[in-house]
Structure formats: C-alpha cells, structure tokens
Design a protein around this ligand. Structure first.
Ligand code: ATP
Ligand code: MG
Length: 383
C-alpha cells in the first residue's frame, strides 16, 4: 500500500455539470482518500458517469475544480492527467495479442523494452499463460482483466472504472469483484468505481458515495450506510428497510418512544437522522433480518424490553439460507422479515397470526417529510 497523505488523492470542490437547463451533477464536494477503493453508487441517470468523466478530463465541469493530490488539474486535458479509465466495453485491439494490448501504453510513450513490465502485469491479473492469445480467444472476464492490466501498466495515480463488470453474467461478475478488490489491495492505487449494483459497491469498496438525482445523498463505509442510513433513499436503495410511519410520544434522554397504530416502539435517539420532537412524526426503520417472528400462541415467551407488535403472514418464500416473510399489520403494511432457516416453525405459514419483535437498539429514525418509497423501485437486480 502507498502512504496515505492528508490531502487526499482525488478532491472535487464545488464541481457541477449542467447541459442547457438540465443539471446532471449539482455542486459537489468529495474527497477520495489515497489508496482507497471508492464506489460511486446510484441508479441510472443519477450522474455517476458524468462525475467520473469530469475527474478524467473527458467532460468540462460547469463549476468547480478537480484536484489530484495537491495539484489542480481542472484545466489539464485528459492525457496530461495521471489517471486511466476502464469502461464497460473494454475495447481491446482485436488484431493485437494480449501481450501487445497490455504493452500499448508503454510503446506509445516510446519505451522499447516492455517485456518485464508486461509479464508482471499479466501475472497480477493472472493471465500469464494468455500472453500470445488474441482478445477473441478470451472470456469476457479475462478480457476485462486485460483492460485493467492495460490501464495499470501506465502507473496511474488513480484508476477510474465505469461499470466495468456490467457486461458479465452474475457469477462471473461476483468473481471479478473479488479479483478487482485483490488487485487494488496489491497495487495500492486509488480506484474510483462506478456501479448501479449496491451489492457490488458494498463488496468491493472501503467507502461508498450514494448518488441520487445528481447529488451525493450519503457517503461512508458500507456497514455505516447500511446500519445508519440518513435518508429514505439510502435506506431503501441499500438492501431493504421496513419504514413505519409513527408519532413521537416521548423524546427524552437517550431514548425516543413512538406510537404507530396500537404499538409503542422505542429507539435510541442517537440513531435518529433528524431531531425527534414530541407530537411530531418520525419514520421508524428496521432491517428485515433484525426482526424475529413468534407464533401468536407463543407471545408470552417474548422477553421484556423488545419492540413488538402483531401481524398476519401474507406471504412466505423459502430461499435456502432464510425464509422471507411478508407480514401485514395495522402498524405497517407489507413488512419484510427474513428468518434464518435454523429451526423452522411449521406454524409460520400464510394466514398465521404472529408477533414481530426485535431489539430496540436495531431501530433507526428518519425525517417523516421524506418520500417513504424513495429508492424502492431502483433496487431491482438487472444482471
Ligand atoms: N451530453 C449530454 N447532454 C445532455 N444530457 C446529458 C449528457 N450526458 C449526460 N446527460 C444526462 O445527465 C444525466 C446523468 O448522466 P450520467 O451518464 O452521468 O448517468 P449515470 O449515473 O452514469 O447513468 P447510467 O447508470 O445509466 O450510466 C442523465 O440524465 C443524462 O441523460
Ligand atoms: Mg453511466
């Protein structure tokens, strides 16, 4: 790994892009730490590629500046920036061998003895035995690795990747995610990776910036985004959240008490993204895997101090490691609950009356003025 510098490797200050009257990227401040794997995540059209192209110099920002290290590169043309880009269509030269494809950047700079460096790069991407092949003799994943080797051989300060795995099938994509992560750890170069796949971003990145409508909604480590979403968009876009419309009954000390239908729920004040006020509204969130289900006949066995309310199983699907239930309740329609298949209760079938319960610590609070469904439709897997 390279040394971390306080300045950060890529710094965007007030950067924006408008096309006529349309704003593709709103003024944005972003620092990508040196040596990190950084993901820009968001649905189609949210401004990911535009942001990446402004870093690469392929797009002029309407406002703002791009810094690489301490250097302002805003006015530099792409080829003068210490940056390389890998696109979804890897565009290898079909008539050149893999060796020559990787050597291309060195040859263009007039470097004659390239063999050692090319061999090293091909080892790095585990294609040492394919040097004499042509691109069409390689699988999609192998071609993608050639594209990465071809970019890395120039020793860029930053590697930009725009949906590089988009053309691969799901299984190969999963493999390549781990492979890219390994390569990044090995070379220690800053990677900025654009994707619309939340699982991909969470698997690979140290830090994820979630974009929505040309803005960064939230930025943080994957676990931080998942456990403490600050907006309904992030709560719904990263995994699944149950969001319950509730009224604040008490907000004192470290705990907030809310009511929703006939239920009284508690949550830590520290997990509220907005200041809860007594009498005000709050969206109360809980992830599906945090909730336990008890058959109504066993309600007496649930320990004190847990959040709980009753509902009815509307649907259930067995998916191997877990069973995913949809529960209808006056507290909230269509709650999702994931139960690990350890000891399956045969009574938990559609129509059964159940009690949902969970540790109040696993509850978060969001501003009730936000759109409760933001980010829901976009979560679908497009692979
Ligand atoms: N040259 C252009 N002229 C006008 N509008 C543009 C231009 N380039 C991009 N846009 C618009 O800017 C918005 C952001 O585009 P961008 O390509 O950055 O999205 P994206 O997040 O990369 O999406 P995707 O996941 O589909 O690649 C889109 O609404 C797009 O239509
Ligand atoms: Mg794009």
């Amino acid at each position: 790994m390279t040394d971390k510098t306080a300045g950060g490797d890529v710094r965007l200050t007030g950067i924006s892009k408008t096309y006529g009257s349309f704003t593709a990227v709103h003024p944005l401040d972003l620092t990508v730490p040196e040596g990190s794997f950084f993901a820009l995540l968001g649905a189609s059209g949210c401004g990911k590629t535009t942001t990446l192209r402004m870093i690469a110099g392929l797009e002029d920002p309407t406002t703002g500046s791009v810094f690489l290290g301490d250097r302002d590169v805003t006015d530099l043309p792409p080829y003068k920036r210490p940056v390389n880009t890998v696109f979804q269509s890897y565009a290898l030269f079909p008539h050149l061998t893999i060796h020559e494809n990787v050597a291309f950047g060195l040859r263009r700079r007039g470097i004659k003895s390239v063999k050692k460096q090319v061999d090293e790069m091909l080892e790095l991407v585990q294609l040492g035995d394919k040097a004499r092949h042509k691109p069409h003799q390689l699988s999609g994943g192998q071609q993608q690795r050639v594209a990465v080797a071809r970019a890395l051989i120039n020793h860029p300060q930053v590697l930009l990747l725009d949906e590089p795995l988009g053309a691969l099938d799901l299984k190969l994509r999963r493999q390549m995610q781990l492979e890219l992560k390994r390569i990044q750890t090995e070379v220690g170069i800053t990677f900025v990776h654009v994707t619309h796949d939340q699982e991909e971003a969470m698997t690979m990145a140290d830090t994820v910036a979630v974009m929505n409508g040309g803005r960064v909604e939230q930025l943080g480590a994957p676990s931080e985004l998942y456990e403490n979403p600050q907006t309904t968009f992030v709560a719904n876009f990263l995994g699944t959240s149950n969001l319950i419309e509730a009224e604040v009954a008490e907000a004192a000390g470290g705990e907030v008490v809310v009511t929703a239908a006939d239920a009284k729920l508690r949550l830590p004040t520290a997990r509220c993204a907005t200041l809860p006020r007594t009498g005000g509204k709050l969206l109360v969130g809980v992830r599906p895997e945090k909730i336990s289900l008890a058959h109504a006949d066993d309600a007496g066995d649930i320990s004190e101090g847990r959040n709980r309310f009753t509902g009815k199983i509307a649907d259930s699907s067995f998916i191997g490691v877990s069973t995913q239930f949809v529960i209808d309740s006056p507290v909230c329609p269509e709650l999702e609950v994931y139960v690990q298949n350890v000891e399956r209760d045969p009574r938990l079938v559609p129509g059964a009356e159940v009690v949902l319960h969970w540790n109040p610590q696993h509850t978060f609070g969001l501003d009730a003025a936000m759109d409760i469904d933001a980010g829901v439709e976009t979560v679908e897997e497009t692979a």
